[in-house]
Design a protein around this ligand. Structure first.
Ligand code: SIN
Ligand code: FE
Length: 295
């Protein structure tokens, strides 16, 4: 593995870099993170059950899930900390990526209290296997997945490894993972629905695109050759740092670290800087090419 290397060209606008699969890294947090008593309080919170991978916050209704509930005061405090984090992260991202803020939908925020190096999860849920993201419970329907992370561990870094971006992985493994069905009319119709349902990802059903992305996520995690021999770039995110990635394009895994905050956003294809390079369009092209070859 290339130690402390970043698969980054540093060329282009922040949106272009994100859409090409780079990680944007900020050694010092560019927006306020929980501190003092609030930070101590957050670090004491425990994951509620094995059904929850993280403690999550829904900014649309203020609900916090997945933690060990002790009393009403604790719940209120946790909600307030998440609310401040969600607002601060969103305000900063609005300045960094003004065009995205015209067409995004806030998804969930989360707190990640578990040590990733020693977690025991079933293979498809493992965070230490390289993958591109697809959320099983929250289909993106052709919207992009943008995520901002903050390492709030006071002492330890969070360690990530990234590999090739979606465009390359699709070329290499798309057919083997199972491109959307030979019935291309159905696939195109579903893609259309995805675009109509842009601002309702929470009520939307899974489109053919979502089904493929879930399949691809699982395929990459279970592909030993890719996990062992694929290119790897190591990222060390020290305490207090922040990083941003489009995790449906930037393949990634977390190897080590505990106590991170994260916020996800669904970004509409209409506000992308490089719409022709987005996964739904690349996938559509791959299907068309595969259909031509098969015909
Ligand atoms: C993931 O989306 O794979 C998790 C990344 C992290 O928790 O750092
Ligand atoms: Fe992921």
């Amino acid at each position: 593995m290339e130690a402390n290397a970043v698969a980054a060209t540093g060329c282009g606008s922040p949106a272009e870099r994100l859409e090409r699969g780079e990680v944007l890294y900020y050694p010092t947090a560019p927006f306020p993170l929980p501190q003092g008593d609030d930070l101590d309080f957050l670090l004491q919170q425990e994951l509620g059950s094995l059904n929850h991978k993280n403690i999550s916050y829904n900014p649309h209704n203020g609900k916090v899930n997945g933690f060990v509930r002790k009393n009403a005061e604790q719940v209120e405090r946790l909600r307030n900390i998440f609310d401040r984090f969600s607002k601060a992260a969103t305000e900063w991202l609005t300045q960094l990526l003004p065009q995205y803020s015209q067409g995004w939908q806030l998804d969930r925020a989360s707190f990640r209290p578990q040590e990733e190096a020693t977690r025991r999860l079933r293979a498809k849920a493992r965070n230490d296997l390289i993958h591109v993201d697809a959320f099983p419970g929250r289909p993106s329907r052709g919207n992009r997945i943008l995520r901002v992370f903050a390492n709030i561990n006071p002492r330890e870094p969070r360690i990530w490894v990234t590999s090739d971006p979606f465009a390359k992985l699709l070329k290499r493994y798309g057919e083997a993972a199972g491109l959307p069905g030979r019935n291309r009319t159905r696939w195109l119709a579903h893609l259309g629905q995805g675009i109509l349902g842009l601002f309702r990802p929470h009520v939307a059903r899974r489109s053919e695109y979502d089904l493929f992305m879930l399949r691809f996520h699982d395929y990459l995690k279970l592909n030993e050759e890719f996990q062992e021999k694929g290119p790897k770039y190591l990222h060390t995110f020290p305490p207090g740092s922040v990083w941003v990635a489009m995790t449906d394009t930037c393949s990634h895994a977390v190897l080590r670290g505990r106590y991170a905050l994260e916020h996800s956003y669904f970004v509409s294809p209409v506000v992308l800087a490089l719409p022709e390079e987005s996964p739904p369009v690349l996938l559509q092209k791959a299907c068309a090419a595969s259909g031509r070859r098969a015909a």
